[in-house]
Design a protein around this ligand. Structure first.
Ligand SMILES: Cc1cc2nc3c(=O)[nH]c(=O)nc-3n(C[C@H](O)[C@H](O)[C@H](O)COP(=O)(O)OP(=O)(O)OC[C@H]3O[C@@H](n4cnc5c(N)ncnc54)[C@H](O)[C@@H]3O)c2cc1C
Length: 545
């Protein structure tokens, strides 16, 4: 019988946790027979904060586990714990059973498309994966040209190309569970070169540099397992015959095949229009919009840890603002911080000319001088100009166009000191910011609609009470953060196919079913698995052996 022991001081990579475990359990160190590290985290409530860890512990025979189980932070290790922490490694299905005449097409090599391809390849499906952007190495050059010289390639950029939007992300993959389908996603990331630590850490972080190293391995693996991966190949439209989607239109002609998994992300607005034209039904969806707030990382460390951070990781935060309803003028809208990047930078993330969009990213070591997060406010479909499914896209796009104008061109971002926004005046100068193409001091009221400004002001005041200095002279807002997710959702049935256009499967963030790397990968896995169940039902379901 084993025990789960939580919140033990972590002794470091090379340290021995057994003395601290023995002390907690009230047994001699020699009685701690087997120890498995489950999760490591920083206890930021302590002063000073410290690293702590949870362990699975096996005591040597004869030790009184019943006594140990009555101790605080100690309990019996259950089958459920075993499932939660097992990184599922399903048996690879036999390849030859996939029907020869079924050739799935996947559009988009972001997390959703790549993990759909991976699952299909494990089932022996000869899938074709089309990606409009370049392979990650070439893409890196394109992104550098944009960030250094403002030269934008609309087909290969921060959101388009191998790896999708995830390739230049912060790579936060925050989720506690590692069982079932999620276990499969995490295990496959490790198989492709991610640090095995991600199987244990609840707050796992890959970093842009590591994601970019995983992608070539994944690409080689997919090709070796029968996936036909084609870069610089955009789907421009969908072929529909007898009310079914039977393939896609490319610049060079038609490509027939299917089912067609569309995993094109939250920035392929042309694909949304083409899907709607082809007959896929969609509805408007609420989103959040705001600006990136940037501070020196030192300020966040001191606010969170109460002291300089020493050997602790750069501090992060997650804050929400939920102003109470009151009589008189309407309460400010709810807001929260999103995609916090400790030791990260604010990046230019548009794929459209004459538009400014910001986002945040970091490298695995999180060593940048700054910390940033998006402060985003709720936006309702009623705010959108129109009732059609693309109304939210027009709302986003109008903000991005105003931001381009307010920045003064050249993809410079409009920015304002937090203090100035709260005082109701335009900024006339700014501290040094990380945004690569330069920031123009201005009044963000010229960029963001009034309800969003009011929501941000209420939120920033509240956040300043939680983290002193948040609204102080060192805080800068860089705008706009519009692409937090898709402002529409394509309707799909239990088989994950469009309810109105059979043969087409809208998947991932662009379809309205994911909001990050892991959820997009999971949705891609599920779509592919639905096809495995349909076309090769005798193949093993890895989670129901
Ligand atoms: C700067 C930045 C930082 C982020 N940080 C994080 C983070 O820390 N953690 C997190 O979980 N998420 C983060 N995200 C969000 C995350 O990257 C996305 O949620 C995720 O990538 C969505 O996956 P997806 O596969 O649905 O779509 P995408 O990743 O957007 O991939 C879509 C792919 O489809 C391709 N495509 C589009 N149209 C076509 C076409 N017509 N033909 C062929 N190919 C096409 C695109 O080129 C792209 O490669 C970040 C995003 C950005 C931009």
């Amino acid at each position: 019988m084993a025990l789960l022991v939580t919140n033990i001081p972590w002794p470091g990579d090379d340290g021995d946790p057994r003395p601290a475990l023995a002390a907690r359990l009230g047994v001699p160190t020699a009685a701690v027979a087997e120890v498995t590290l489950l999760r490591r985290s920083v206890d930021g409530r302590r002063r000073p904060p410290r690293w702590q860890a949870n362990y699975r512990v096996q005591l040597s025979e004869g030790e009184d586990e019943a006594l140990a189980r009555r101790l605080h932070g100690v309990r019996r290790w259950t089958d459920r714990d075993q499932d939660r922490h097992r990184a599922a490694d399903p048996p690879r299905a036999p390849r030859q059973r996939w029907p020869r005449d079924v050739r799935p097409l996947i559009i988009g090599a972001g997390p959703a498309g790549l993990f759909a391809a991976l699952r299909l390849s494990e089932a022996g499906a000869p899938a074709i994966l089309l990606e409009r952007g370049a392979e990650v190495d070439a893409r890196l050059q394109d992104v550098r040209a944009f960030w250094r010289r403002g030269v934008l390639d609309p087909e290969s950029n921060v959101v388009f190309g191998e790896g999708g939007a995830g390739a230049f992300s912060d790579g936060k993959i925050y989720t506690r569970r590692r069982d079932g389908e999620l276990g499969w996603v995490f295990r496959r990331l490790v198989d492709m070169g991610a640090d095995p630590e991600i199987l244990e850490e609840g707050w796992a972080h890959l970093g842009t540099d590591r994601i970019q190293r995983i992608l070539p391995t994944l690409r080689a693996h997919l090709r070796a397992n029968g996936v036909d991966l084609r870069f610089n190949t955009a789907a421009r439209g969908f072929l529909v015959e007898g009310g079914r989607c039977v393939g896609v239109r490319l610049d060079e002609g038609e490509l027939r095949g299917g089912p067609v998994i569309v995993a094109t992300g939250h920035s392929a607005r042309d694909v949304w229009a083409a899907m709607l034209d082809a007959g896929a039904a969609a509805e408007r969806r609420p989103i959040h919009i705001g600006a990136r707030v940037e501070h020196p990382q030192r300020l966040i460390d001191e606010a969170r840890y109460g002291s300089p951070r020493g050997d602790l990781p750069p501090a992060s935060y997650r804050l929400t603002s939920n102003p109470p309803a009151r009589r008189g003028p309407p309460a400010a809208r709810r807001a929260h911080t999103f995609c916090m990047c400790p030791g990260g930078t604010v990046v230019a993330a548009t794929n459209h000319p004459e538009r400014v969009v910001v986002n945040g990213m970091s490298y695995s070591k999180r060593q940048a001088w700054w910390a940033n997060s998006a402060v985003i406010v709720e936006v309702h479909p009623d705010d959108y100009p129109g009732e059609d499914p693309l109304a939210g896209v027009r709302y986003q796009d109008a903000i991005e166009a105003r931001a381009f104008a307010a920045g003064g061109g050249g993809f410079k971002a409009p920015a304002q000191r937090v203090e100035d926004l709260l005082a109701g005046r335009a900024s006339t100068e700014l501290p040094r910011v990380s945004y690569p193409l330069g920031a123009t001091p201005c009044d963000l009221r010229a960029v963001l609609p009034e309800p969003l400004i009011i929501g941000m002001i209420a939120a920033l005041r509240h956040f300043d009470r939680r983290l002193p200095g948040f609204a102080g002279p060192e805080g800068v807002l860089i705008a706009p953060e519009t692409r937090t997710t898709a402002p529409l959702r394509f309707l799909r049935g239990p088989d994950l196919a469009s309810t109105t256009l059979p043969g087409l499967m809208p998947v991932g963030e662009g379809a309205g079913y994911a909001g990050g790397i892991v959820s997009a990968a999971l949705d891609g896995y599920r779509a592919a698995n639905a096809l495995v169940e349909r076309f090769a039902p005798r193949l093993h379901d890895p989670y129901d052996p």
